[in-house]
Every structure is written in structure tokens, then in C-alpha cells.
Design a protein around this ligand. Sequence first.
Ligand code: T1G
Length: 699
Amino acid sequence: MTAEYKVHDDVAVITLDNPPVNGLGLSTRVGITDGLSQASADEKVVAIVITGAGRAFSGGADIKEFGSPKAVQDPNLLSVILALEKSSKPIVAAMHSVAMGGGLELAMGCHYRVCAPGTSIALPEVKLGLLPGAGGTLRLPRLLGVETALNMIVSGEAVKSEMLAQIPGQKLFDKMAASADTVVDEAIEFARLAAKGGELPLVRDLPCRHPQGDAYFAFARNMVGGMSKNYPAPLKCVDAVEAATKMKFDDALLEERKTFMALMFTPESQALRHLFMAERAASRIPDVPEDTPKREIKSVGVIGAGTMGGGISMNFLNAGIPVKILEMKQEAIDRGVATIQKNYDAQVKKGKLKQDKLDERMALLSTTLDYADLKDCDLIIEAVFEELGVKEKVFKQLDEIAKPGAILASNTSTLDVDKIAAFTKRPQDVVGMHFFSPANVMKLLEVVRGKETAKDVLATVMALAKKIKKTAVVSGVCDGFIGNRMIEQYSRQAGFLLDEGATPQQVDKAIEKFGFAMGPFRMGDLAGNDIGWAIRKRRATERADMKYSKTADKLCELGRFGQKTGAGWYDYQPGKRDAIPSPVVAELIEKHRQDEGITPRKISDEEIVQRLVYALVNEGAHILEDGIASKSGDIDMVYLTGYGFPIWRGGPMQYANQVGLYNVSEAMKRFAKNPRDDASFWQPAELIQKLVAEGKQFS
Ligand code: T1G
């Protein structure tokens, strides 16, 4: 069992001990009820304390158990809490560090709560597409008031215990302990005194009312509904708290449980739970042990003060790591530093950054025109022009000046990191760190592992990514790594759809309705259509077999690179970013169809979405087959954090699981029959065929 039972004189202490955060898995729940049985049977025991070992009181239900029979096997959390309430001996929760979700619900089922300052208090279930499922929507309002409780439940955000302790009339904490170190002893003392007292207080017996109930909940529903259109859980939270104020406790508790179980099976909750686990799993590299020693990164060199170099630098400055930027010309440095300053000034103006913090960060920034000045840097990242010859010059220079053990990283988005590593005599220290523009904003970082990249370099970069608040995903070396390799197929399909009869605005609208932040054509106009043009030109020699619609090249031949040239797939009014359907583009596409002898056909939004999304899925499956990504969750993380894939769908691979790989595979076979399409591409990947045959999913 993962709960320890120990009697301190006349007080029994039950200590949850289920690392890493005392998730209330079956064995922990059994440990609690066994402890309660022992304590109630022991005449010497006058009171009981429940606490958590290590870094948490409890992080809530064991998310790793969700979907398995264990999650609902008795004693389930509801029955554990009922056992607490039925105890004839006072039970005191000794809370510290983290008391979240079911962990907080467990504490609220106790008669009393003693809490250490600095404890993160939350009911974060809504972030998993759920609502508190063990009485949280009934007990928290009774202890903190309806409005405070509803805000916490709908936001899922953590609040520090000392903040909540200041709320007038709050009953969540009966006593604030001096510290996390003394909270158990103080709880034991509190329990001993409580044993001398009279009737034991039950949270369920407290009143739960709102003076303007109907008006308040109508207002809350209106506010929450506006912010949660793709997620059912937040509005269900409002319903549950309203029920707490209007229904008998046990009736409302039953309603809460029914809603909880229903939400558990929604695609949105499955997607959010997948995202929670995938985000944490991404930092684990199968053949790199978690305890691999990491190199210390005390200073960073960045080569290139352009958009990427400046954005990359800001990530490290934000984390308090000194950065030295190298450029070839002083005016390039001045321009780059001015852009960084402007970005920070904008954050100060919006109230997102304090002036003193800005000054601190800028003080960590230095610049140079001389490679020798980077000789003490622990990590040097180049963000120079995306051309192998330029990278070669840079890495040969770095090889000369960088200190032994310095990590040499390339921000390349498509070039071969093994070739780049081979420009040096230290390929084991070379790695790809592919940031996404704007680099100081986008969470995704593709860490590209060369065949010689040392394991401690990987471990160092993954830990550093966490420090600079990036979601790092390890990719092997291939053209486009994970994200751009997949977006290539997505873009090809977008072009074929134009050939066959769709318009740019129809394609964009269909995929934006599916949930993408921006469709492929609006995205092209934003990023610059010339980027794809250059890649297609490079690929024309390397991969002549890869066919594309010619519309994109024809568009670029007109100089219509997008917003930066005032026209792309769409027209733009000067100084505005609104994408206006373009008669010029409509004519270009029409003419192209005539040249190709294509009779346009009506294409459904469903076909558009399937061809775009399943293109990602099929290429993602090939990426898994090639070992470029180690797990499908990594591919989902790339698309959720770097390409605007809708969060509530969990990423392309998770979405394919929800549609059913059989259905996805059958659709691919249909697309393969389309003479305008690429039949060879639409052969379902071996991995998909295997999973379909075995009735399995992407794991
Ligand atoms: N269950 C199982 N494992 C958990 C967990 C949980 N609840 N919370 C965290 N972990 C693991 C996580 O996967 C990682 O493991 C390690 O702990 C460190 O996590 C009925 C049903 C607690 C604030 O939503 O917010 O209760 O991947 O990297 O930054 O109403 O984890 O390394 O092997 O995030 O210090 C509600 C979710 C559940 C809390 C710690 N509870 N967790 O943050 O570490 S639903 C939550 C967090 C529920 C009831 C319902 C954070 C944290 P690994 P970490 P951290």
C-alpha cells in the first residue's frame, strides 16, 4: 500500500506515500481506509492526522490510472471521503506543498485542516476536461464562499494557502501552520485538542448559498460560456456549483459524480489528459537515463541578431542567463538589440513586465563582432542564414574558438544536423535547437539529435528547455525533422485542393472551423510564401519524385509573398492584416486549371479537413516508423505547441485515435484513387496498417 500508518502516542498519522505527488491511486486509497480502520479500532488512538510524504500533500486522483478499472475500483475517492466523515474520532488534514484536485477534496472531507503557508491549493480538474468529482464543487463553496470557489473551479488555477487564509470568514483552514516542516506536529496537537471537544464538524453541514443566486449564475454562465466554446467542462462546473447552492448535499453529490463520469469520456477530456501526459513524457528520452549528468549552462552565445537570433536570446535573458550576441556588422547588432529592447518595452507597456525586470534582462545582454569573445560560452546557438555553406563557415569558426565541452547548437529548420556536426571536430557536442518564430513566444523547441550527439548534451538541452519554459521534443535527423516534414504533406494537399476546385478561403475556413488557429494559405501569407518556394526549389533537385501543385510557385513568380509584400494568396490593404480574397489569385488558379486540363469540382469541407489532417497523420506514422520521433505523443506535442493544432483535439495522432485508425485508413485509400492526388503518399503507413490489423491505436 502507498500510505504509511504510525501512532504518535495517542494520535494516528496516515502518511500518503505514492511518489511523485501522492496521486490517490487505488493502493493509496486502500492505505487510507486501512489506516482509518486501524485507528478506529485502537482505543489508545483519540484522533487521526492525514498528510503526504515528500513534495506534496496530494496532487489529486492518479491521472495515470484514468481509463483503467483501478480508477473506479473501491474504495473510490468518494467512499474514502465518506469514511472520513463517518469517523467518530477527529481527523485533521496536515496540508503542505501541493493540495490539488482529489487531494484537496480529501482534505475537505476531514473534520479540520491545518495548512502550511506556500501550499498550492487548486481544483484543476477543468484543465483535464473534467470537474472535481469527489465533492469539490460542494465543499469548496461551503468553505471559501460561492464566488471564490467557482472562480477557482472554473479556472483550475492554483492559489497559495496564505492568500486564501486571508479571505474573511474562510473555513478552509482551521489553522495556518508555521511551516511545512512543522505542519504535521501542529496538526497532531490540533487533533489532540479536537478530541477533547464536542461534536465533530462536517463540511457538508455548512450552508451553501448565494444571495443573488439566479442572477449570479446566469452572469457566470454567460462569462464562462464565452470563453470555453470548445470545452464542455467549464459550464458543467458552473452547473455543479449552482446545484450545490440549490440541492440537498447528497443529491448534488450524485449529480456531480454523474457529470464527472460523463466528462471523463468526452473527446475533449481525453485530449487534455493525453496532452498532460504527453507534455511530461516528451522530456523523457528512451535511451537517455533521467539521471544523466548535465553540463552547466552559465552563459550563452547567439550568432545572428536577426528575428530568430533576437527571439532566441530573449528566452535566455528571461531565464536570467547572460547572452552574448555576435554579428558581422555593428548596424546589425544595433538593429537586433533595438528589436529586443522594443519587445521588452512593449511588455512593460502592457503591464506584463516590470521596468526593473526589463533592466535586469538587458543588463545580461552583451554583443560582439569577434568570435573569440564567445570562447567562454557554455552553449552557442547559431541562427544565421538557412544555407549549408553559411552554416559550414560558422561551425568551423566555432570549432576553433569554443571551449572544450561547449554545446554547439544550430537553429536550422530543415538542414542536416549530421552534416553540420561534421564541420567540426566535436560532433558529439553538436545538436539542433529548432526554435519556432517568434522564438521568444512559441513554446515548441525541436531538439534535433545527430547520430553523434552525446547523451549528456541531449539531457542538458532538455533540462535547459524546461528552464526557458519551452516544450522540447526530440527529433532525429531528416528533411524537416518532425513538424516541417509533416507540414510539407499538409501543404501539398492544400495545393492539390486548389487544383481540383477549392479556393484558398474555402480551405482556410474549413480547417479553421476544425480548430486550427490559421489555415495554410493565411499561414503562408503570414510566414512568407517565399520560404516554401525556396524549399521546393531545393527539393526539386533532391526529391524530383515529389509532385506539387504549381499554383504556389506561380504565386511567388508574381512576387506575391504574402503580408510582407502586401499581397499573397489574399490581397491586403496597406497597414492591415485582414485577408481579402483576391481576384488575381482566383484568375491564376483558374488559368492554371485550364493549362492542366482540370475540370474543377465541388469539394466538401469534410474532404478538405480529412486530406489536410490525415496527411499529417500518415506522415507522422512514417516519422514513427523511421524512428525520427520516439512516441506519437511527441508528434502531438509538436503540432499542439508549434503549428496551431486545436488543443481540444489532442494533436493529429490523438485525433486519429479518436476517429479510429480503421476509418482514417479507409479514407486514405479513397484519396489514393484520386488521379489528381498522390496515390503513393496515400498508401496508409505500415504502422497504421499494423495497428488497424491488431485493433490498436497510436500509444
Ligand atoms: N496523478 C499522477 N501523476 C501526477 C499527477 C497526478 N494527479 N500530477 C502530477 N503527476 C506526475 C507527472 O506526470 C510527473 O510525472 C510528476 O508527477 C511531476 O509532475 C476526483 C479525478 C502536482 C502541480 O490535475 O498540476 O483529482 O511524468 O512535472 O511541475 O476530482 O503535476 O515525471 O513521471 O507537473 O512540480 C487533479 C496535475 C487530478 C494535478 C506538480 N490533479 N498535476 O507540478 O511537476 S483529477 C491535477 C499538476 C482529480 C478528482 C479528480 C502538477 C503538480 P512524470 P510535474 P510539477
